[in-house]
Ligand binder design. Structure first.
Ligand SMILES: [Zn+2]
Ligand SMILES: [Zn+2]
Length: 267
């Protein structure tokens, strides 16, 4: 599909003020999406998760009802102008399997945003995905994503290449973990996301050249080779970023690799 036709009409990865590092109410994002001519706006703020102590980057459990209330209010007011989908971005842990069904009673979808993995050696037995440094960490990450996709609780995988954020090089372990994720995405039919917020964070001068920390080129070359389904998301933390130059760059990133982006998801 030529780039000029790859205009975003559906964005399923959107935050709001309750996560404390985004601005704007649900209605602010919905109004912006209407102005942009979107067909669907999926709200997917960072899920409350009692066990994750990073309270500064997600809503606290007691705020969840007000999130739902904001969504209902926006649907009531703007639901005739645009499809509004109720979602959350959330981590997967097999020890919390009942949690996902419970949330899906009140939501339309969950997006898998794996920001932590289980790690016996880390404080609280959790390790940040921004700080994976050993092959075993990548193996745990890819295993977790595979289990999550298999569970069919998630409509897409947010920034699947985030595992490489702090990992020194794209070595054979990085390649193996990437392939495991991509193969699972195909097997369980869960699309992988090119995340524009990674592009928003800019490039870094690294030994192998100037590049984004994510999306990671080597990962997406493998995605192209294997043929997994791909979406582009804004991952907006500000209504003004729903469609910006970094979303356009994300589409260009896909186009340069010959990746065809899914226009919409069945949500
Ligand atoms: Zn965020
Ligand atoms: Zn996000």
């Amino acid at each position: 599909m030529p780039l000029e036709n790859q205009m975003m009409k559906n964005n399923y990865h959107t935050h709001m003020y309750l996560c404390k590092h985004a601005i704007g109410t649900v209605s602010d994002y919905v109004k912006k999406a209407i102005d942009l001519g979107f067909e669907t706006i999926g709200m997917s703020d960072h899920a409350p998760f009692e066990e994750l102590k990073d309270r500064s980057v997600r809503m606290i459990p007691s705020e969840y009802p007000s999130y739902l209330k904001e969504l209902e209010k926006a649907i009531h007011k703007f639901g005739s102008l645009i499809n509004i989908r109720k979602g959350l971005e959330i981590e997967y842990f097999e020890t919390h399997i009942e949690r996902y069904d419970e949330l899906l009673n009140t939501l339309d979808y969950l997006a898998l945003g794996q920001h932590y993995i289980y790690d016996e050696e880390s404080f609280g037995k959790l390790r940040s995905v921004y700080a994976l440094s050993k092959p075993e960490h990548l193996q745990e990450y890819s295993k977790t994503l595979k289990q999550a996709m298999k569970s069919q609780n998630f409509k897409f995988v947010c920034h699947p290449d985030l595992m490489l954020y702090g990992y020194p090089t794209f070595d054979k372990h990085a390649e193996a973990a990437s392939k495991e994720i991509i193969k699972a995405s195909i097997e369980y039919n869960v699309p992988l996301e090119i995340n524009a917020n990674g592009i928003r964070k800019g490039t870094r001068e690294l030994p192998e050249g100037n590049r984004y920390l994510y999306p990671r080129l080597e990962f997406w070359k493998l995605v192209k080779e294997y043929g997994a389904k791909v979406i582009v998301s804004s991952d907006a933390h500000d209504p003004e970023k729903l469609w910006d130059e970094d979303v356009i760059k994300a589409y260009e990133f896909a186009r340069d690799l010959g990746i065809e982006v899914e226009a919409s998801l069945n949500i």
